[in-house]
Structure formats: structure tokens, C-alpha cells
Design a protein around this ligand. Structure first.
Ligand SMILES: [Cu+2]
Length: 136
């Protein structure tokens, strides 16, 4: 009985070695490890009359982040980020599309911000609808 087991073992080993030898010659390649989706981080923000919820956002710096806006209010709204200069209506501003998100509609703004603190507002309610983004 012991001899049978031993020869079975030897046979199995032989199969394993054969398989290994064949496997080494094959051109089998593992699929590339792409776990990140191309769109990157997505943050949802509600626009109401007249507020952003949330209005203090924290995002990843140095990579694309999409701010997905939903207008739950009855007025038109948008989201404008003052760029690195901290000033509105300058060339480095980032503004959501469409420029006016109507009641019930959705808007988006994809950014890629360097580490820092940025302020944003709604162009139509610039006093009430404000917030800030920490890119870190
Ligand atoms: Cu607004």
C-alpha cells in the first residue's frame, strides 16, 4: 500500500513538473492592474435656494475630481471656483457646466487642483451661496 502511495506521489510530482515546464514557455500575461477609473474621484453637491450642501469640500490634490451638482432648488444656480489667485471673474476661475443649472437639472465641474484652499460661490447668489474646497 505504501508503495502505491509513493508511486502516486511520484506520478503527481511528474505531472506538476510537466505543467510547470509548459507554463514557463507560454506567453500568458496578467491583465494590467488598473483599479482607478478614468473619471477619478466624484463628489456630489446639492444646490438649493440659496445654499450649497455640502459647502466645505475636501478633495484629492493633483488629480481629476468631478463635482457633480444637482439643483434641488427652484432658481438657477452654478458653482464658480476662484482659482489659485483667490479672485472671482479672473482667467483661472473654474465654472460648472452648464453656466446656469436650472431647477431639477444637473451640472458638473471637473477640476485638477494643486494642494491648497479654494473658495467657490454661485454667480447668481454670490453672498449666500459660498463655500470652500480643501485640496490635499
Ligand atoms: Cu445660486
Amino acid at each position: 500500500m505504501k508503495r502505491v502511495i509513493t508511486s502516486l506521489l511520484a506520478f503527481s510530482l511528474g505531472i506538476a513538473m510537466f505543467a510547470a515546464a509548459c507554463g514557463g514557455g507560454s506567453a500568458e500575461t496578467a491583465p494590467p492592474a488598473e483599479s482607478q477609473s478614468p473619471s477619478g474621484q466624484v463628489i456630489g453637491v446639492i444646490m438649493g435656494d440659496n445654499f450649497f450642501r455640502a459647502n466645505e469640500l475636501t478633495i484629492s490634490a493633483g488629480q481629476p475630481v468631478t463635482i457633480s451638482l444637482k439643483n434641488d432648488g427652484s432658481f438657477g444656480h452654478n458653482l464658480r471656483i476662484a482659482g489659485a489667485d483667490g479672485l472671482y471673474d479672473t482667467s483661472d476661475d473654474l465654472v460648472s457646466e452648464p453656466r446656469v443649472t436650472k431647477s431639477g437639472d444637473e451640472g458638473t465641474l471637473t477640476v485638477n487642483l494643486e494642494r491648497g484652499l479654494y473658495v467657490f460661490r454661485c454667480d447668481f447668489h454670490p453672498i449666500e451661496m459660498v463655500g470652500q474646497i480643501a485640496a490635499q
